[in-house]
Design a protein around this ligand. Structure first.
Ligand SMILES: [Zn+2]
Ligand SMILES: [Zn+2]
Length: 378
């Protein structure tokens, strides 16, 4: 996409007046009335007008400076000149409105069809949802998917023409892709345009229609595609595959394919970005005395030391044992949250040991048993 300032031959710091002057000069030079049938001028005229439409509007100019062409879905060549003239756009012309207005309406045309209508009807976007495992999301995976979409006709390779026949200029619109009608009004002649039915705006038609697709150039197909899912992808992400949606009418632009990714739950792990989280149950005695335990990570089992006196809820980090990071290099970490399990049933011997422990710690435990209340340690 061309730079709008470049189109008008001005720069980012040009004043509104300078932009207006540059625009008027160019608009007159490339006006279709002066350049009948000159495709280059026609394109140029369209570009100039679209550029001026943006740069003459303070808000639009600010948006453009900030976001570039991305701030206007369609961009140059699509604004204000589809399906006839858009009167709202005249507001930007200011005090010189009158003479430009005259120039526009003196002839039989003002502005011409947008690019996409010249190229025919584009294909639709397609979407599909796939599920991948926790590990596949963490490490990345290549998935083969099967989609049903509108694809190129095998017989005519998308042209719509029967084998051996040619594609010719559309006789209904003489290749322009649009049908014009001119009305005379009090302000001059106004041209309205619509997409040509015969060629759907493509400007070309098959001399003899392809028998397989009846001239559409496309047919429903089942496609197998290999999709590379990047490591570190998040649940709910969407991957866009350009051009793998439905193909357009007679080789017009194809739509895109959107693949929505669902990451399945894992029984041990959760993940946030590159970091993986899990819980580890340990026995009370392990927490008190310390131990080394096996921790399951996505990279396999790792030995982790639990120091004596570890409390429940404490989190340990296994550096570099997480998933790949989607953005940037390296891996995240694996975080283990400790959960201390307390034995619910004790053997007689265990009970004695705990009671001994209580004595040793100087704890006075109130124990209720039968009819008697016994205080251990008294
Ligand atoms: Zn065909
Ligand atoms: Zn046509």
């Amino acid at each position: 996409m061309k730079d709008l300032y470049e189109i008008l031959g001005v720069n980012k710091n040009s004043t509104d007046d300078e932009i207006k002057r540059a625009y008027r000069k160019l608009a007159q030079k490339h006006h279709p009335d002066r350049n009948k049938g000159d495709k280059f001028s026609e394109e140029k005229f369209k570009e100039i007008n679209a550029a001026y439409e943006t740069l003459s509007d303070k808000q639009k100019r600010r948006n453009y400076d900030q976001f570039g062409n991305a701030s206007f879905g369609g961009g140059v060549g699509q604004s204000g000149f589809q399906g006839g003239f858009d009167f709202n756009n005249l507001s930007g012309f200011g005090e010189n409105f009158a003479d430009i207005f005259e120039t526009f309406f003196s002839g039989d045309s003002q502005g011409h069809g947008r690019k996409s209508s010249q190229a025919g009807t584009p294909g639709d976007d397609r979407e599909i949802a796939i599920s991948i495992s926790f590990e596949e999301a963490a490490f990345g995976v290549e998935k083969e998917i099967k989609i049903s979409r509108v694809g190129e006709c095998e017989t005519c390779k998308g042209s719509g023409a029967a084998p051996g026949s040619r594609v010719i200029t559309c006789p209904a619109c003489n290749g322009s892709g649009e049908i014009r009608s001119v009305r005379t009004t009090i302000i001059g002649q106004v041209t309205t345009r619509r997409v040509c039915d015969a060629c759907s705006g493509a400007g070309k038609v098959p001399e003899k229609e392809c028998p397989t697709c009846h001239g559409h150039g496309r047919t429903r197909i089942t496609d197998r595609l290999k999709i590379r899912v990047p490591a570190g992808i998040e649940d709910g992400s969407t991957i866009r595959i350009v051009g793998k949606g439905d193909v357009g009418f007679r080789l017009a632009e194809s739509g895109d394919l959107y693949v929505h990714i669902q990451v399945l739950h894992h029984k041990l792990f959760t993940r946030k970005g590159g970091d993986v989280y899990s819980q580890q149950n340990i026995h009370l005695v392990q927490a008190v005395l310390g131990d080394t335990v096996d921790i399951q990570t996505i990279h396999g089992v790792v030995k982790m030391t639990i120091p004596a006196g570890t409390t429940s809820g404490k989190i340990f980090k296994l550096k570099g044992y997480g998933a790949s990071k989607l953005k940037g290099d390296g891996k995240g970490d694996h975080f283990v949250t400790i959960n201390i399990t307390i034995p619910e049933k004790l053997t007689k011997r265990e009970r004695e040991i705990f009671q001994q422990l209580a004595l040793e710690s100087g704890l006075k435990l109130h124990e209720e048993k039968g009819f008697f209340k016994k205080i251990i340690g008294e």
